[in-house]
Design a protein around this ligand. Structure first.
Ligand code: ZN
Ligand code: FE
Length: 256
């Protein structure tokens, strides 16, 4: 079993998981990076998993459908390149002999879903979370409320600590710059920034991250930590409760 991050556009990753000559891809915004990888690794595409409707996540689906035998899966409530199998919370996709369990994570878009694979042979658990959770950050609230995003992030934070977090964008360094402004005294964060700066200077992806790490450094998963609450209330003195603090952080980040 192997997990690859295929670069697409300027900062997207299309995640590809493969085993015994068969592959699954997640959010193929472009077809060509996937076709190149299938040819290079001699793989047959078995399934395409989609997290949400944005063009940088679905743009390559029709072309891949025409050129492979892949079955397409996506969220129940979003406009998608048809036909596809529609999924909602608790559904499971069977592919590569594995189960990918669907988690509802509204907030970035109204119907956004994530896929969790508990036991990929020889690898730690894997989460494909689209634009909901990023390393050091979270997606913009285009279609959802802070309450929804908080519940979505709480559901992801409750996954096993060793879970590999496969985000759809390389936003880590800019997220961490913001995280440092929120929590200048967080030593884990300072260490992680140095690590990620080194990776990016060598053009290596900072992903996948891990749930255990995100709990230490991601302000959007730390809305119940006193230092984060204090920072959120400096920006918006009227902010109350974890969703109010998350809303204040998200507003601040939008202008950061
Ligand atoms: Zn998006
Ligand atoms: Fe995106």
């Amino acid at each position: 079993m192997k997990l690859l991050a295929l670069p697409a556009f300027s900062d997207n990753y299309i995640w590809l998981l493969h085993d015994k000559g068969r592959a699954v891809v997640v959010d193929p915004g472009q077809a060509q990076p996937v076709l190149d990888a299938l040819e290079r690794e001699h793989l047959q595409l078995e399934a395409i998993l989609i997290t949400h409707h944005h063009a940088d996540h679905v743009g390559g689906v029709q072309s891949l459908r025409e050129q492979t035998a892949a079955k397409v899966y996506g969220p129940e409530r979003e406009t998608m390149p048809e036909p596809l199998a529609r999924l909602h919370a608790g559904d499971g996709v069977q592919a590569l002999g594995l189960e990918f369990r669907v988690i509802d994570v509204p907030g970035h878009t109204a119907g956004h879903i994530a896929y969790f694979c508990a036991a990929p042979a020889g690898l730690d658990p894997i989460l494909f979370c689209g634009d909901t959770l990023f390393s050091g950050g979270c997606g913009r609230l285009f279609e959802g409320t802070p309450e929804q995003m908080l519940a979505s992030l709480d559901a992801l934070a409750a996954l096993p600590p060793a879970t590999q977090v496969c985000c759809a964008h390389e936003y880590t360094l800019s997220n961490l710059k913001f995280a440092r402004a929120v929590e200048p005294g967080n030593a884990d964060l300072t260490r992680y920034i140095a690590h990620c700066e080194d990776l990016r200077s060598r053009n290596v992806p900072t992903l996948p991250s891990h749930i255990s790490l995100e709990l230490q450094i991601n302000p959007f998963l730390r809305t119940r930590v006193p230092a984060v609450i204090a920072a959120a209330e400096r920006i918006d003195p009227s902010a109350r409760g974890p969703s109010g603090h998350l809303a204040a952080l998200r507003q601040w980040k939008n202008q950061f």
